[in-house]
Design a protein around this ligand. Structure first.
Ligand SMILES: C[S@@+](CC[C@H](N)C(=O)[O-])C[C@H]1O[C@@H](n2cnc3c(N)ncnc32)[C@H](O)[C@@H]1O
Length: 243
């Protein structure tokens, strides 16, 4: 997408309204991660506004984070408990948090796709592996690409009101594996754009990235409640451990 800059795509506007639309899976995600952490510390890649990190910390898990957007971190800091979390500002494919040896490193909500090249996604797996304890686990939650790209492009009316229309406009390029999407809001106040570019990768490609990083797939579920992963699953929750 011409002019798209991943470094500024979660700026003040997006960060300020990020928590308005709750995803609804927070409790089950936190329960899954707390059980896996088993009393050890956790590190969230792309911690954002702390949607998962803060309730996980409330369960008694020490949670640190890495995040690219200072505006998202500002939102996290403003929430109860947010001032106490250690967050490194940086790119999750390269940034370090010390001391390492985390019981769980996790990357949820399709955010592996925010890295726009295969090399960067591999680097992200390698960085996760570097931060894990010997018996630690890297958890990745991501959509199954074919659930999103059944058509090469689409325009979907997400909201149609008398004074506001919300359109989801998207197209997929199978060469770059880039899924370009814009949420376009039309209202009497004007036109507002919400662009995002993601590099989609299927579960088997992610497994190979894990292998390059010295990890192996230990479990794959269709959701946080450990639903079976099947041909009908729209997403996967994958747990990688040191090979
Ligand atoms: C969809 S949000 C997810 C935030 C949080 N993990 C959650 O589940 O609510 C994506 C987040 O990834 C961050 N992000 C994107 N690219 C990143 C990168 N290369 N390194 C670290 N954070 C990144 C964005 O700034 C944004 O906060």
């Amino acid at each position: 997408m011409e002019g798209f800059d991943p470094a500024t795509s979660f700026g003040p506007d997006v960060a300020g309204s990020y928590d308005d639309a709750a995803r609804g899976d927070e409790a089950e995600c936190v329960a899954f991660l707390a059980e896996l952490a088993g009393g050890c510390a956790a590190l969230e890649f792309a911690v954002g506004t702390g949607r998962i990190a803060l309730p996980l910390a409330e369960q008694g898990v020490r949670v640190d984070g890495i995040e690219l957007s200072p505006d998202m971190v500002d939102q996290l800091r403003a929430k109860p408990g947010g001032a106490g979390l250690r967050v490194a500002l940086g790119d999750m494919s390269t940034a370090s948090m010390t001391p390492r040896g985390y019981g769980v490193v996790y990357l949820v909500f399709n955010t592996i796709f925010n890295l726009l090249t295969q090399d960067d996604q591999v680097r992200c797996f390698e960085n996760a592996a570097r931060h894990l304890a010997d018996d630690g686990a890297f958890v990745v939650e991501a959509a199954v690409p074919h659930a999103w790209v059944s058509r090469p492009s689409h325009v979907h009316a997400e909201h149609v009101g008398t004074d506001r229309v919300l359109l989801d406009v998207a197209r997929y390029d199978p060469v770059s594996q880039h899924f370009e999407r814009n949420h376009v809001e039309l209202s009497n106040a004007g036109v507002r754009m919400g662009p995002i570019v993601l590099r989609l990768a299927g579960p088997s490609e992610l497994d190979l990235m894990a292998r390059i990083a010295g990890l192996r797939l230990a479990d794959r579920w269709g959701g946080w409640r450990r639903e079976p992963f099947t041909a009908a699953s729209g997403k996967h929750v994958s747990v990688y451990v040191q090979a």
